[in-house]
Design a binder for this molecule. Structure first.
Ligand code: UDP
Ligand code: MG
Length: 315
């Protein structure tokens, strides 16, 4: 392959405090790689302003004047990290051979960018940045994040453990991503399902350069929930299972009650009040679950996700 053109995509929401530093660091990395002939001269950095309310856009404009490799894209309003990232990836996919996504606060170590590009040059299509450890995160963040991955695994969502959105994707992977027409796109879950050659590089998660995290606890919960519900029908199946279990317990209880009736050891009225409640509850949940299974099928049909992508073709 000739020298690849690489784009770095960085979504920013109220990141005015970090943008100068980030532009400087990313530019120096690009320049170093260009001088080593690892990437082409026209490689670039694109900041995606996700409807910031501070001077983020002004800072992007200033940095693009200062550094020739810096570009900017301003979204009409705040659409959230995942959508901002998607906007960046889809806008710039035709302008580079591969795009690397990275958070603007540079919590992901830029050192491994070179390794990512090397792997790409050797024919890897997706290179995931995976965190080695989370020493710098707060106790709360570290443990909620681990819980997140465990939960996702339980819910059958295909995720790369300890990987956020720091990754390199080749053009054909980005073209594949473009074929997913769904509104709630959970990029982190989609990429592993696309396939092609995938690999990982390891790095230490650093502290934010400046400013505050934009992911509050509630945003994280909603993020996790979005991930689960856009990938798995497991919660629907859970309803069926709970319904069945309650129904089964109800049968056991009937046996117990009949036994009480037989031995004369029972409270009058208990049986006729409590038993129908459990029985109906169980039957109802079970029926909901069955309806849910069908809704699940409809849901996956409605999403119309592409079923395969062609890796190689010999003519
Ligand atoms: N971000 C965004 N839109 C949002 C929230 C966040 O583009 O609505 C960006 C943010 O500027 C940063 C990245 O997403 O570049 C990750 O956010 P943050 O660092 O706040 O998350 P954390 O690292 O704490 O999980
Ligand atoms: Mg961050």
């Amino acid at each position: 392959m000739s020298i690849p053109q690489i784009g770095i995509i960085s979504p920013c929401y109220n990141e005015a405090l970090v943008l100068n530093e980030t532009s400087m660091r990313l530019t120096s990395i690009l320049e170093e790689l260009i001088s080593k002939n690892s990437i082409s001269e026209n490689s670039f950095i694109a900041f995606i302003d996700d409807g910031s309310t501070d001077s983020t856009w002004k800072s992007i404009e200033e940095n693009s004047k200062k550094y020739s490799h810096v570009k900017g894209l301003k979204l009409a309003k705040n659409v959230g990290h995942q959508n901002a990232l998607l906007a960046g990836l889809l806008t710039y996919k035709d302008e580079a051979d591969a795009l690397i996504s990275i958070d603007a606060d540079l919590q992901d170590d830029v050192i491994v960018i070179e390794e990512m590009i090397n792997k790409f040059s050797q024919g890897t299509d997706v290179v995931y940045g995976v965190r080695k450890e989370r020493k710098k995160d707060s106790f709360f963040k570290r443990n909620t994040a681990l819980l997140f991955y465990r939960l996702m695994k339980k819910m059958r969502v295909n995720l790369v453990y300890n990987h956020a959105d720091f990754r390199l994707c080749s053009k054909r992977v980005l073209n594949a991503l473009d074929e997913y027409g769904e509104v709630n796109l959970f990029i982190r879950g989609i990429i592993p399902t696309i396939g092609f050659n995938q690999d990982v590089v390891y790095y230490d998660r650093l502290e934010r350069l400046a400013g505050k995290s934009k992911y509050s606890f509630f945003k994280m919960v909603s993020f996790a929930w979005n991930g689960i519900t856009s990938f798995s029908n497991y919660p629907l199946r859970l309803v069926t299972i709970i319904g069945f279990v309650i129904f089964f317990l109800c049968l056991l209880m009937s046996g117990y009650a009949l036994f009480g009736l037989y031995t004369g050891n029972y409270v009058p009225g208990w049986l006729s009040t409590v038993l129908p409640m459990y029985f109906l509850g169980g039957v109802q949940l079970f029926c909901f679950g069955i309806i849910g299974e069908y809704i699940g099928k409809i849901y996956s049909e409605v999403k119309k996700r592409p079923r395969y992508f062609i890796d190689k073709k010999i003519d």
